[in-house]
Write a protein that binds this ligand. Structure first.
Ligand code: CA
Length: 254
């Protein structure tokens, strides 16, 4: 007697395909989260190295803290991650203030934020606590100066932010984020701390440690009529620990 060949029926195949589809739907977000977790770890490593370069800079300059920009008599300005010539609109490779301490421009960029919108200024994604560490002085406008502080004036280095994941809403396109290397404190009402890693952002402190923190989000209207929901939906918030956004306890020198 011939027996029927044992194949799969259409129903069986459909059931198997459905199970695979369900498993994929469950697992793909998990994989995406795991990949983002890996990028977050890479970002934390970047920030730690940038913070170390920042400390070494102060060691080389009699404990003077890195300026947000070097005063220059030429058209070239040096920033922590690059140098930029306004005459030619070109970056100068290796011209970053911290480059001598890092010898690597890859770590200037957050792997979760390539800042493709502003490649002319170089890939970054990290913002500097310039308000307290290197205040700008516009009193002689249009001439202006930077007044970097000293390490000695930072009273609680473990509670003073140096760099953090930073971004801003594009001036040209309100639906897009672009790089922002200036990290404003909560009292400035311009939230630029970016929770780009599964809802958290990385933060480096003056004592050399770095950790992930959750941005503190605004509510209602603030600043110059900014929409809190727009900032929150873009994961843009402040670095704050006491819930009072008029005080800058994690960014000031106290
Ligand atoms: Ca506060």
């Amino acid at each position: 007697m011939r027996t029927r060949s044992r194949g799969f029926t259409l129903i069986e195949l459909l059931v198997v395909i459905a199970i695979i589809a369900i498993l994929a739907a469950i697992l793909f977000p998990v994989f995406a989260k795991a990949r983002e977790k890996a990028r977050q770890t890479q970002c934390l490593s970047n920030l730690k190295q940038i913070g170390l370069g920042w400390s070494m800079y102060a060691g080389d300059y009699d404990e003077g803290v890195m300026p947000v920009e070097t005063p220059s008599a030429t058209t070239v300005s040096n920033y922590w991650w690059t140098a930029y010539d306004t005459a030619t609109s070109a970056q100068i490779p290796g011209g970053g203030i911290l480059y001598p301490y890092m010898k690597n421009e890859q770590i200037n960029a957050c792997p979760s934020f390539r800042n493709e919108l502003r490649t002319d200024v170089g890939l970054t994604g990290y913002a500097y606590n310039y308000v307290y560490l290197s205040p700008l002085d516009y009193s002689g406008w249009p001439a202006w100066q930077v007044h970097p502080t000293s390490l000695a004036s930072i009273q609680s280095p473990s509670e003073t932010v140096t760099f953090a994941d930073g971004a801003r809403i594009s001036f040209m396109d309100m639906t897009t984020l672009e790089g922002n290397t200036y990290l404003d404190p909560p009292s400035y009402s311009y939230p630029g701390f970016h929770g780009r890693h599964n809802g958290v952002g990385n933060v480096a402190f003056a004592d050399g440690h770095a950790k992930a923190m959750t941005p503190v989000y605004r509510s209602g209207s603030f600043g110059f009529g900014y929409d809190a929901e727009l900032y929150k939906s873009n994961s843009l918030g402040d670095i704050d620990s006491d819930g009072n956004l008029s005080t800058d306890e994690l960014m000031d020198l106290q």
